[in-house]
Design a protein around this ligand. Structure first.
Ligand SMILES: N[C@@H](CCC(=O)N[C@@H](CS)C(=O)NCC(=O)O)C(=O)O
Length: 203
């Protein structure tokens, strides 16, 4: 299998974390995917994923998979070790919901980064404010939830660690830890795993 990815993408990081957690390092080749690079680089990504986004998992003799939640669930099903996707019931819905929340935080942070690359006079303060509120609103909700129950090690917890790690990496001015001790501690705990350490964004 070949994963089109970049070292800075929070979604690709989530997939690389799952590859490590599920013992698949020898079975997945990491290939650079540059959706916003040269025409040739962008075309290579579009050939794998018509949406032109990474990550995309190219499989021999089977359809290429995207986006990151689908890739992660597939890798979870073919890898070894405990499942990162609870099979049924509230445990499953909570893991999927928290994965969606983490991906939403990553979406908001990615949008802020992209907006910041546009000419200053074309940026939307309104949208920047909405994306900022989405990140901090998610952090508030997680702080309350973590005060009521600890999260298990599943795709939700891993996605959230990648998402807030991306906020730290690209938007360190957003202080999502302030006044949120439970979320900060949970983030540190998950980020200390070998899979997260091995996939941290470049410094
Ligand atoms: N929902 C997608 C999001 C993927 C995504 O937005 N990837 C970014 C890189 S971090 C990308 O390829 N953007 C290129 C574009 O939007 O054209 C997933 O979870 O895989």
């Amino acid at each position: 299998m070949r994963l089109l990815q970049s070292p800075t993408s929070p979604y690709a990081r989530k997939v690389r974390v799952v590859i490590i957690e599920k013992g698949l390092v020898d079975q997945v080749e990491l290939a650079p995917g540059v959706p916003m690079g040269t025409d040739a680089e962008a075309a290579a990504v579009r050939a794998a994923n018509p949406l032109g986004k990474i990550p995309a998992l190219v499989r021999q003799g089977a359809a290429t998979l995207y986006d990151s939640p689908v890739i992660c669930e597939y890798l979870d099903s073919v890898g070894s070790g405990p499942s990162l996707f609870p099979e049924s019931g509230e445990a499953r819905w909570n893991a999927l919901r928290l994965q969606a929340l983490g991906d939403g935080v990553a979406d908001a942070a990615f949008n802020i980064v992209m907006e910041g690359r546009r000419p200053a006079d074309t940026r939307s303060d309104e949208w920047l404010g909405r994306w900022n509120s989405a990140i901090l609103g998610a952090a508030d909700a997680l702080e309350i939830e973590l005060g009521e129950r600890a999260f298990g090690l599943d795709i939700g917890a891993l996605t959230l660690a990648c998402a807030f790690g991306y906020v730290d990496f690209r938007l360190p001015r957003i202080d999502w830890r302030a006044g949120r001790p439970a979320l900060s501690a949970a983030f540190e705990r998950v980020s200390a795993r070998d899979s997260l350490k091995a996939t941290a964004p470049p410094v």
